[in-house]
Design a protein around this ligand. Structure first.
Ligand code: SF4
Length: 197
């Protein structure tokens, strides 16, 4: 499967049913939080939840940045409402044009084995994404590289917090630190009045 030397693979086309928004817990990267804050005016604490390790089912957290708080260790993810992602309104995503990177990538996932990148397709029974035509594999590789870069940035930010707080910070202090990092300003609250979360 190669055309002019570029390997091809079948594209995955989302069925648009929102089943991943209902079923999956979503880890957020710093760039996701910054983008959502900028577009909605929401303070990070309104949509970021600090999940205790182990709250995400069937997940190892090797690649996720672990925030150290006085009371627990946690991962940044989207808050849930009625068991769904907070931004899922029953028909679609309220932040679709600037949704988190992991939502863009799903249902594709990556594994790094012996210096090679394996692109995998998730096959949960509730996901009805279909296979489309052949596309250059570079599309998915570029998304994977972007994901790696964003994870590395998030890790550096969280490392800084962990170092400065010495593992004795509270959730409220962490959210203040996060809001400062993503450039949230109190006047952004006015815009948040338009956002339905
Ligand atoms: S942010 Fe949007 S696309 Fe992503 S899980 Fe939530 S509702 Fe779905």
């Amino acid at each position: 499967m190669a055309k002019q030397g570029v390997p091809l693979m079948r594209e995955r086309i989302c069925a648009g049913e929102g089943n991943c928004c209902k079923n999956l817990y979503l880890v957020l990267q710093l760039a996701d939080i910054r983008r959502i804050c900028r577009h909605t005016g929401l303070h990070p604490r309104k949509f970021v939840r600090l999940f205790a390790l182990g709250e995400f089912e069937e997940e190892d957290h090797e690649e996720d940045a672990v925030v150290q708080l006085k009371s627990r260790q946690c991962i940044m993810g989207t808050r849930r409402r009625r068991g769904w992602c907070l931004f899922f309104n029953g028909h679609g995503c309220d932040v679709y044009p600037f949704k988190p990177l992991h939502c863009d990538i799903y249902p594709v996932d990556y594994q790094y084995v012996g210096g090679r990148t394996l692109i995998k397709h998730h096959r949960e029974k509730w996901c009805h994404a279909r296979f489309g035509g052949l596309i250059p594999v570079t599309k998915y590789l570029e998304l994977g590289e972007r994901c790696d870069r964003e994870q590395a940035r998030t890790q550096r930010f969280v490392d800084r917090w962990n170092r400065l707080s010495g593992g004795r910070g509270t959730a409220a202090e962490f959210f203040d630190y996060l809001a400062q990092e993503v450039g949230w300003r109190s006047e952004d609250r006015r815009r948040a009045g338009n956002c339905d979360v």
